[in-house]
Write a protein that binds this ligand. Structure first.
Ligand SMILES: *Cc1c(COP(=O)(O)O)cnc(C)c1O
Length: 399
């Protein structure tokens, strides 16, 4: 049997299973100390009521012969694409045609499926540490990516240089796992670099909704020239609690064309209409409800809830004098393991002393070997309890 042997080269997906295993073992030995997960990479707040209402309504329509709908447009219903285009205009002054927005079942699928429209020999560059999907989907194709390292020395915001010239460049902004965010001037450098080298930027904006500082960009299309080199991938997962509902979208501008005039928008549309039959009507109705006044108010509340958690985590880290980045425009905090400890060693220390579960940075790449990732996705009560336990470490140290 001739299988894709590249799958055998994939690093074992052992990070989360190892975290779960160590957590289970700890819990078995310390039933008196309930663990608190500050490792959660999933949302915990329920769907906005207006979204649920819209989906119920859509469900009823599907059950009546007059309003039943079968296959919808492969690239999504126009009313949802228009709602997203209007949102871009209002939120960051970016003008998109509804036609440039293609609805999908989420960012993870799009990030991996987009690779279909590029040459199998195309070269890729991405950050280290990185969202593992970018790396693994390329390894599956037998590619060996180049990395730009996010370190203390570059404020965790690596800038382009000749060593990362590639056909495809991944940017995640604000970043998972580090929680930092490029500003417009920095993104401008990436866009200029991409245009100079004929690269495409795959811009993952899954966390754009967490950007609070007004001087920071919410979309790559706020940057001059991005319409000629960038594809933006976004999702309602983190923004509106859609991780279990599944809906996202990808923006491929019509002005994004190869040197010989081939439109990437055409290719992506062709790819999607051949291999995908679109997102369910019910889900798209739910997604459209996000952009109503009620929906946007509910989303703002959710985001504020997570932001309060992450702010509390940052204040706690400040008191402990542990150095970290992120948290300000992101649900993620990237914490330097105090005392130069390795990520797993520090993971064990935190679990043992506080019952807190974190994510070892090494799971995102070698640049994460002395870091852990904390998130604001747990409940307020649990996050507050975790912060108290962290502060108690100071007392323990003195004793
Ligand atoms: C959560 C996340 C996504 C969203 O993925 P979906 O498939 O839409 O749920 C995309 N990119 C990053 C970096 C993420 O962390």
């Amino acid at each position: 049997m001739r299988i894709n042997r590249n799958y055998l080269q994939l690093p074992e997906n052992y990070l989360f299973s190892e975290v779960a295993k160590r957590t289970r073992e700890f819990q078995a030995h310390h039933p008196e100390m309930p663990i608190i997960k500050l490792s959660i990479g999933d949302v915990s707040r329920p769907l906005p009521a207006v979204v649920v209402q819209a989906m119920k309504q859509a469900c009823s329509e599907m059950g009546a012969s007059k309003t039943f709908r079968g296959y919808g447009p492969e690239i999504g219903y126009p009313w949802l694409r228009t709602a997203i285009a209007d949102f871009y205009q209002k939120q960051c002054g970016v003008k998109l045609e509804a036609d440039e927005i293609i609805i999908s079942d989420g960012a993870k699928s799009d990030l991996s499926n987009l690779l279909d429209i590029f040459d199998p020999q195309a070269t890729v560059a991405m950050c280290d540490p990185v969202y593992p999907v970018y790396l693994d989907t390329n390894l599956m194709l037998g590619r060996r990516p180049k990395f730009f390292r996010a370190t203390n020395a570059n404020n965790f915001l690596p800038m382009p240089n000749e060593s990362v010239v590639a056909d495809i460049i991944y940017l995640c902004n604000p970043s998972n796992p580090t929680g930092v965010c490029y500003n417009r001037a920095q993104l401008q450098q990436w866009v200029d670099f991409a245009r100079e080298h004929g690269s495409v930027i795959l811009y993952d904006a899954a966390y754009a909704c967490f950007v609070r500082e007004p001087e920071l960009p919410r979309s790559i299309y706020e940057i001059d020239g991005a319409r000629e080199c960038a594809i933006e991938i976004c999702s309602f997962s983190k923004m509106a609690g859609f991780t279990g509902v599944r809906c996202g979208y990808t923006v491929v501008p019509k002005s994004l064309v190869t040197a010989d005039g081939v439109s990437l928008h055409q290719l992506w549309q062709r790819r999607q209409s051949t291999k995908f039959n679109g997102v369910s009507y019910i889900v798209q109705r739910g997604a459209a409800a996000i952009f109503t006044e009620q929906g946007l108010t509910a989303v703002a509340k959710h985001l504020a809830y997570y932001q309060r958690n992450v702010q509390m985590i940052c204040q706690t880290l400040d008191k402990l004098h542990w150095s970290y980045v992120g948290g300000k425009n992101s649900p993620y905090v990237w914490v330097r393991c105090p005392g130069m400890r390795g990520a797993w060693e520090f993971f064990d220390f935190l679990l043992r002393e506080t019952g807190i579960v974190c994510t070892p940075g090494i799971g995102f790449g070698t640049a994460g070997e002395n870091y852990i990732r904390l998130t604001g996705f747990n409940s307020y009560a649990n996050t507050r309890a975790a912060c108290r336990r962290l502060l108690d470490l100071r007392q323990k140290k003195k004793r």
